[in-house]
Design a protein around this ligand. Structure first.
Ligand SMILES: *Cc1c(COP(=O)(O)O)cnc(C)c1O
Length: 463
């Protein structure tokens, strides 16, 4: 049997093989694992060297993962729409801020955060997959702000898809809320939940498991466990490498659910020139403790300025464990079943050594994050968001004599203007996409944090 990049297996080893469209529309594999391609495709020899347009790179990277599951025109259309939605001709420009230290700007898209890059593609490709089968899909997502905004921008107006976003009432920034609630599209429902993010996640899980809803049609989620979202993040690593002329770099990734970082590791499997990967986390440091101390343990969530990284149990860590264990589904299942049951699991020595060969991890505290925002402004006249500041703190620790260091910059600072101006005493310039946010009336439904209230709201939306 030849292993193919357009055939998907589960990290838990007990799901039937899926094609790209099935992995895309299902999100999670039926055995509770995450989809992974059977084999990694190889980048063309010059892919990461010669300067090329983002769209051409994205097509070469993504086509092997899709194979014949979708018509080729679907990928072309998805990429054209993605590129058209970005405010910068390079899409993801790489900026050298000081000798050998680079910032990869991933925030020039429709909601000024890096999630746009994959979400835009996932939306177009989902529509194409549903067109082929004539089906409709309801997508549910819980958000602390960025994912919901990116999903609304991507899926608003999609013909065959309804999107239902749950955010905690009064706990997202005004910009994030308006990004979700002013789209004016009839296929989007915003639910503001009287509760916190965990309540939103609990309600999404409950709705996804509601049998009567499942019988009405396909039900799925758009969180970062979806393979299509992961794949959509690989092209910007290749684009950055081509902007570096193919010099191997150390890649420093501000990390929450580990989707962004795992996309880099996937790119390296495909031939991206890399000296190493560093996952920079905030005070929510379960991943750093797992890699550095060998014990993966859930603790209470801490609120930080880099809110989109306030994640206790990074879901894509499962993909890393699967890959580092030599694709051992037994081991992967054992680790994550124990973790789910006990909230804690000691990693076997050989697995731990393999994980450390893939990635190192650093936890950055709030004082250092503030300090990095101040220093980037003082040294380079550059205003950065708190997530980017976490990455810069880790990037500054790396010796650049071995090769360039690239810190991924995941959001425009004006999305988190309150915190940034509190540190600097000056407001960041508003991103053009935020300036363009219309004064259109906001549409949202406030609900109690109960399953009954959520189900009622969803039912009223279908009517
Ligand atoms: C989602 C997000 C992150 C974390 O990305 P993961 O893929 O979850 O690790 C970092 N920065 C910003 C601005 C985000 O929105």
């Amino acid at each position: 049997m030849t292993l193919r990049p357009d055939r998907y297996v589960s990290t838990r080893g007990a799901a039937p093989i899926a094609d790209f469209a099935q992995a895309l529309l299902r999100g999670m594999a039926p055995d509770g694992g995450l989809y992974m391609p059977q084999a990694w495709p190889t980048l063309a020899a010059d892919a990461a060297r010669s300067a090329r347009a983002y769209g051409d790179i994205a097509r070469d990277v993504l086509a092997p993962f899709i194979g014949d599951a979708l018509p080729p025109a679907a990928l072309d259309a998805a990429i054209a729409r993605l590129v058209a939605g970005f405010d910068h001709p390079a899409v993801t420009p790489l900026v050298e801020v000081e000798d050998g230290l680079f910032v990869l700007e991933l925030f020039h898209g429709p909601t000024a955060a890096f999630k746009d890059l994959a979400m835009q593609l996932a939306a177009s490709l989902s529509d194409a997959a549903l067109a082929a089968s004539g089906e409709r899909l309801t997508l549910l997502t819980a958000t602390s702000g960025d994912t919901g905004a990116a999903a609304v921008a991507a899926f608003a107006g999609a013909e065959r898809i309804r999107l239902i976003v749950l955010h905690p009432l009064d706990r997202v920034s005004p910009v994030q809320r308006r990004q979700m609630t002013t789209c004016g599209a009839d296929n989007v429902l915003n639910l503001a939940v009287r509760g916190d993010f965990d309540d939103c996640q609990r309600l999404v899980k409950a709705l996804l498991a509601t049998e009567s809803l499942r019988q009405e049609g396909r039900l799925s989620s758009v969180n970062s466990i979806n393979w299509a979202r992961l794949a959509g993040q690989i092209p910007y690593y290749v684009s950055a490498a081509s902007q570096l002329g193919g010099r191997p770099a150390t890649w420093v990734v501000p990390t929450g659910n580990f989707g962004d970082a795992f996309a880099g590791i996937a790119a390296a499997r495909m031939g991206l020139p890399a000296l190493g990967f560093v996952a920079a986390v905030n005070a929510n440091d379960a991943l750093a403790r797992a890699i550095n101390d060998g014990v993966y343990e859930r603790r209470a969530a801490v609120q930080t300025a880099s809110v989109s990284m306030d994640v206790q149990a990074p879901s894509n860590f499962e993909r890393l464990v699967f890959e580092a264990s030599g694709r051992d589904a037994e081991t992967t299942r054992a680790v994550f079943e124990t973790f789910a049951r006990e909230g804690r699991v000691a990693l076997p020595d050989d697995l731990l050594a393999a994980l450390r060969g893939q990635v190192s991890a650093v936890s950055v505290n709030e004082a250092t994050t503030r300090g990095q925002i101040a220093r980037a402004h003082a040294d380079w006249g550059r205003i950065v968001c708190p997530h980017t500041a976490v990455a810069l703190a880790a990037a500054r620790m790396i010796d650049r004599s071995a090769g360039p260091v690239v810190a991924l910059s995941t959001a425009h600072p004006s999305k988190f203007g309150g915190f940034v101006s509190d540190v600097l005493g000056v407001e960041p310039q508003t991103a053009p996409v935020i300036r363009r946010l219309s004064d259109k009336p906001e549409r949202l439904t406030v609900i109690d944090a109960t399953e009954a209230a959520a189900l009622d709201a969803v039912r009223a939306f279908s009517a």
